[in-house]
Design a protein around this ligand. Sequence first.
Ligand SMILES: Nc1ncnc2c1ncn2[C@@H]1O[C@H](COP(=O)(O)OP(=O)(O)OP(=O)(O)O)[C@@H](O)[C@H]1O
Ligand SMILES: [Mg+2]
Length: 321
Amino acid sequence: MKSAQEAIFPNTIQDSPVVLTSELRKIYRTGFWMNQKVISLKSCSLQVQRGETFGLLGQNGAGKTTLLKLLLGIIRPTSGRGLLLGKPLGDRQTKQRIGYLPENAYLYDFLTGWEFLVGSANLFQIPPNIQRQRIPQLLDLVGLSKFDARKKQMRRYSKGMLQRVAMAQTLINDPDLIFLDEPMSGLDPMGRYQMREIILNLKQQGKTIFFNSHVLNEVELICDRIAILNKGELICSGNVTQLLGTKNTYRVKGQGGNWETLQEWIPNLASLSDGCWQGELQGEIYDFIASLRLMGGYLISLNAYRLSLEDFFMQKIQGKM
Ligand SMILES: Nc1ncnc2c1ncn2[C@@H]1O[C@H](COP(=O)(O)OP(=O)(O)OP(=O)(O)O)[C@@H](O)[C@H]1O
Ligand SMILES: [Mg+2]
């Protein structure tokens, strides 16, 4: 029989999820005497399967970047363990197959975008003939082909352009697994749209994408699965459609009935100047209609809408779900 560890950590690379962590924990020590503790990540166990687009959500300081850095082997966990592409975190060969867009990418100001990409390609020992093909393709993909990335130093780039060139650099080694820390940061609406298209395109190519984002409507459009971190703790993870799909919220407007009883059904009940009331229903719609009839009230309008990821996230963070 398999031990608990073997059951979590499969023996072959083929049967392993692309990202697998078990009780990963990170405590930073700070202060002059290093005697103060900051618990950045409490105990994080999660899995990301091959080809999945996985979104990690959380407020500022929730521990998202910390988790990404642990997965990439940039920092070491205080305890717990993980596998990336079937190999222990920090494995050098695995890094060849990974792309990483950092939160605040440091780009060498005095290099042109082209020189920067050539330098990155050299680090991966990509042959010059492949570089000559790949770099223009990547500049085209990130929407910089018309902008003269060959000649302009990056200190003359706008924030959005820097983010785009950083994305091109992330993909320079044609990675199988891509980590993106706030990829939409600094992008205008068109830039966000293009970034979404790039991510969806990568997904179509079968790449696995793990990203942190505060732009929840984009996450909802792109991700197969999400996880929410709150103050270093993983409070929820699952398939986006399953998490949101079953929940319908009803906005109701009506007239008459007993105000106190109505308030039990509609916590945010508000009266309107035309003598009607309205609010969001909590409870079964058919039971409410029956109850309203008994109270002698009637319904004027009923609008059903699905919970958005933003609503879901807010309710989870506020502990309402
Ligand atoms: N090097 C460090 N030393 C000490 N504390 C740190 C360090 N890096 C991060 N922290 C702390 O760990 C916690 C989590 O930080 P982290 O950067 O992972 O958050 P985040 O979820 O990425 O936030 P944001 O959305 O603002 O990027 C924060 O309280 C932060 O102050
Ligand atoms: Mg961060």
